[in-house]
Design a protein. Structure first.
Length: 474
């Protein structure tokens, strides 16, 4: 089995910085504020030829049983239960603290081996802290600087005795929606859904305190991320690999998105940037909202952002179990969709309760259906038959006394469906006529709510060799 490593320590000793260093990219948010990380996260890492799974955890603190800090500690305990090795970080510049001693005693009671890491060991002050670390009784500390990448060779040497002997530790790097190449950019001439065995990247987004973390926990059936009445609980975007039936899904919980004018904290700004990154790399985005405030201005801003990025969108109306006037909520939602999101007519919506589990299967069925539509390809032949019929029903306008010619159309990529249209005068084709074509694609080929991109190209049909053939070719 592959090696799993958990990074633990008191707040602000550099756990997330080391996590990012091992992973090779900035997945975890890093800030000088203690307690930045609240939920544990995992990723594949590779350093010095050694490949393993690394877990970033919240800072260990002593706190009251029902406090947020206590819930964070329970999350950390859950994360390290299945770890093969624990990396216990201390701050070499600050020296060993009473809290370090307390948690060193706690770690000695666990079954997993512990490697003591003296982080921030660069400079003379760091050297003194390394020597002080021997007092923890966890063996010889490994000095390193996660921020500057110094000492990683010593860390690899300390990890090698725990590495599995089989080939699992030589697995591939993370190929989730955050960094996977998209193979769907190649054009094809048939109408089908692109076979794709990778996980569906499903991001859960919305305003603060609408139940995003509760929804993720309900879907996977365990308390994987912190959830509670406190607004702004989630900071990092947390990805969880999961299976629903025979479909692999990578769920991503994100921080709540408030109006830009209300985002004044540097921590919240980092969290917002992380959420936007997740949206850009997702396949399907579930926009979660409450019934009484469905599709308010901020929700519409998020929805438009998702569609502009070319992601498929599903609206989840949460807390349906406590909604007093359900019909009024439905009428309001339908009206907002019609008037405020006409560019994605037919966006699916699902009512649910993350707290009771009602409607979760309907939500996932909708997500899979939308994902398959997002991957759909249409044949060139049927597209050009359709284009000829659309031009016959509603001819393009006259420009300088001459009709704009619609010469040829083909689908150049999926995810989202993107079509190239060869036109005699692309610049002169009105936006209203382009919308007419997009809505026709959506209606004729059953693509409700899917973002559709139409690219105009100048010239004749590039596949026609007859110079006298200036129109559509059957």
């Amino acid at each position: 089995m592959s090696l799993t490593i958990a990074i633990v320590g008191r707040p602000n000793v550099g756990k997330s910085t080391l996590f990012n260093r091992l992973v090779g990219r900035r997945l975890a948010l890093v800030d000088d504020t203690p307690g930045m990380t609240r939920d544990w996260r995992s990723s594949e890492a590779s350093v010095g030829g050694l490949r393993f799974t690394v877990l970033d955890t919240a800072g260990l603190e002593e706190a009251a049983v029902d406090s947020l800090e206590a819930r964070m500690r329970r999350q950390t305990e859950q994360a390290i239960t299945d770890a093969d090795v624990i990396l216990f970080l201390i701050d070499a510049r600050a020296g060993v603290t009473p809290l370090d001693h307390h948690f060193a005693d706690w770690l000695r009671q666990r079954d997993q081996p512990v490697i003591l890491i003296a982080n921030k060991a660069e400079g003379q002050s760091g050297t003194a802290g390394v020597l002080d670390a021997f007092s923890l009784g966890l063996g010889e500390p490994v000095p390193l600087s996660a921020e500057h990448g110094e000492g990683l060779a010593d860390l690899v040497e300390a990890l090698l005795p725990f590495a599995a002997d089989d080939d699992d530790t030589a697995g591939t790097r993370d190929t989730g929606p955050n960094n996977a190449a998209d193979p769907s950019d190649e054009a094809t001439s048939t109408d089908h859904t692109v076979p794709d065995h990778r996980p569906i990247g499903l991001a859960i987004v919305g305003r603060p305190n609408v139940g995003k973390s509760t929804l993720l926990n309900a879907l996977i059936g365990e308390t994987r991320v912190l959830a509670g009445p406190e607004a702004g609980m989630t900071r990092d975007a947390i990805a969880v690999d999961w299976h629903w039936g025979d479909r692999a899904i990578r769920l991503v919980d994100t921080a709540g998105l408030r109006k830009r004018s209300r985002v004044d904290s540097p921590l919240e700004q980092l969290a917002v940037q992380d959420t936007l990154r997740v949206i850009r790399h997702a396949h399907v985005v579930t926009l979660l909202m409450e019934p009484e405030a469905a599709l308010e201005r901020q929700d519409l801003t998020i929805a438009r952002m998702v569609l502009e990025e070319g992601r498929s969108l599903v609206i989840g109306v949460n807390k349906w179990d406590i909604t007093a006037d359900r019909q009024a909520a439905i009428d309001q939602l339908k009206d907002r969709l019609t008037t405020s999101l006409p560019q994605a007519r037919g966006v699916p919506w699902v009512t649910l309760s993350a707290l009771t589990g009602t409607g979760l299967d309907r939500l996932l069925n909708t997500v899979v259906s939308v994902y398959d539509l997002w991957n759909r390809r249409l044949s060139t032949a049927q597209l050009n038959r359709w284009l000829e019929e659309m031009a016959r029903r509603h001819p393009p306008p006259l420009i300088d006394g001459r009709t704009i010619k619609l010469r040829y159309m083909t689908q150049v990529k999926a995810r989202p469906p993107t079509f190239a249209l060869w036109v005699s005068k692309p610049v002169a084709l009105p936006d209203s006529y382009q919308r007419y074509l997009v809505q026709g694609l959506r209606t004729t080929f059953d693509l409700p709510g899917i973002p559709i991109r139409l690219l105009l190209r100048k010239g004749k049909n590039p596949y026609v060799t007859d110079p006298h053939d200036r129109g559509l070719r059957k």
